[in-house]
Design a binder for this molecule. Structure first.
Ligand code: ADP
Ligand code: TRP
Length: 329
């Protein structure tokens, strides 16, 4: 089984990315041939600053390795090390009706939030479909917001195979994590673009500040019961805490009128995050140093991924009637 997923280097990774995507990626590396990549071409739709793009790319790479990606198991690479992905994108676009992309939520949402309506932003799902199909991926682990993109990739694979009477592209399926929609500090979906994130590699004061920004209601625990089910801090706490601890805190919310309130939950979130991510934070800092193993990992991953992509492309070129091999300069 081939497993594939990508993450954009468009900001600091946060709890939503971790519990919605990364944790699942790390688990799945033991269950099949996993390929994970840093979607730097995709990030160009929003990051247009060379220093920032290259820094964020290294940061995403360091995050995955620090959190437990094993380069002996999973192929880890930069999207831009496989330029063939654009060749397939074009072929897919040529067999895709405008309506399919016009219905995509992510473009409409991004434009509604003030991003410039570029061609790249509009065609984003075609590049993403190509990412998936060029490696013959069977399974794509993602968060809920990406499901429509996988469905678009399914449609495009089918349109391509039908148009050229071939079976070159495989139908991919998505897999959601058990926590597909992690709430942000304001209760909406946690997302860089909403400014409501808790970054996983922050520590000390910065982390405390992010956690303290979690919005809670104004109930006074001395006078009335608190409601764990509607409490955002409780939801974030539950991502880490085991069942026994969740039960205990829920009971304090409901029944204990000496309970000190939401500050207790926030303090516990900080402790749990320090426990959970502490060792990875140190490794993260090490990996970010110049000439760390990170660069070798990405280079080796890029080579393997590109070889796989070239195999698919030679079949795709053949299928569309470009039967000559590309000339060598
Ligand atoms: P952001 O919304 O911060 O820009 P991305 O779109 O780069 O995040 O998401 C990277 C991965 O993390 C995707 O697979 C996405 O589904 C997942 N993800 C992002 N935010 C969340 C969230 N709040 N809950 C669950 N998964 C998320
Ligand atoms: N669009 C995804 C996101 O914003 C990133 C991505 C690009 C991706 N190509 C992909 C995810 C292919 C899965 C498969 O999170």
């Amino acid at each position: 089984m081939r497993i594939l997923s990508g993450v954009q280097p468009s900001g600091e990774l946060h709890l939503g990315n971790y519990f919605g995507a990364i944790r699942q990626h790390l688990e799945l590396q033991h269950e099949g041939d996993a390929l994970y990549f840093i979607a730097d071409y995709h990030a160009l739709t929003t990051v247009q600053d060379r220093e920032r793009l290259s820094r964020l790319t290294r940061e995403v790479a360091a995050s995955y390795l620090a959190l437990g990606l094993d380069p002996a198991k999973a192929t880890f690479f930069r999207q831009s090390d496989v330029p063939e992905v654009h060749e397939l994108t074009w072929m897919l676009e040529s067999v895709t009706g405008m309506g399919l992309l016009e219905r995509a939520h992510s473009y409409k949402d991004k434009v509604a939030r003030g991003l410039r309506a570029t061609v790249g932003l509009f065609a984003y799902p075609a590049l993403m479909a190509s990412d998936i199909l060029i490696y013959g991926s069977n399974l794509v682990p993602v968060g809920k917001d990406q499901v429509q993109h996988i469905e678009i990739a399914q449609d495009m694979a089918q349109s391509f195979n039908a148009a050229f009477s071939c079976e070159v592209l495989l139908r991919p399926e998505y897999r959601l994590s058990p926590t597909p929609k992690v709430p942000g500090t304001d209760g909406q979906k946690m997302s860089k673009s909403y400014g409501n994130t808790i970054p996983i590699f922050a520590s000390g004061k910065k982390l405390k500040k992010a956690i303290n920004a979690i919005v809670t209601d104004s109930r006074d625990p001395k006078l009335e019961a608190l409601d764990p089910d509607s409490c955002n801090a409780f939801a974030i706490f539950s991502l880490f805490a085991d069942e026994a601890e969740q039960k205990e805190l829920a009971q304090a919310y409901r029944e204990d009128r000496t309970f000190l309130g939401y500050g207790v939950t926030k303090k516990r979130i900080k402790e749990l995050m320090d426990e959970h991510f502490g060792p990875a934070r140190e490794r993260f800092a090490e990996l970010l140093k110049p000439k760390s193993e990170l660069d070798d990992v990405l280079e080796a991953g890029g080579k393997r991924a590109r070889a796989l992509a070239q195999e698919t492309m030679s079949r795709a070129r053949e299928a569309v009637g470009m039967t000559q091999r590309p000339v060598q300069p």
